[in-house]
Design a protein around this ligand. Sequence first.
Ligand code: FES
Length: 168
Amino acid sequence: MAAMSFSVSLRPPEFPATASNHRSTAVSLPRRRALSISFASVSAETSTAPPARPEIELEFIGPKPGDAVERTTAISGEKLLRNIMLDNRIELYAAYGKVMNCGGGGSCGTCIVEIIDGQDLLNERTNTELRYLKKKPESWRLACQTIVGNKENSGKVVVQRLPQWKKR
Ligand code: FES
């Protein structure tokens, strides 16, 4: 703990020596008295910071060769993949989905992504996904149904955007 100290001097007020207010029998006071005040401050090293929460590293690959790879991180188990992508302005929807998506309600099927790596860091496919992605590859997910992390795990997830555009 760091401590600062400084001194403040307090002196009794001085009055002019006139006949009316001057008493020669006045009690003698010390002319100068030092007062010491100490302040304690809490330094950052002693504060109890909450433990760091695990993070998931995300990498987004575009559907066309030469598309820029976009990266971000998310607190494990805190957000849906759809929200992470929208918050970071990472393209999720194709033209139709941009205007006709259900807002993450799981009823339009336009938020499809493919998980290239890190599937084990995500939740299991939901019933909504099982319905919409019945005939699609196992690695496809609906971003609005996909929780990134489980609050305890950490690692890297690689996401292919718009996998339906990819040449197979
Ligand atoms: S946004 Fe509609 S199903 Fe995902």
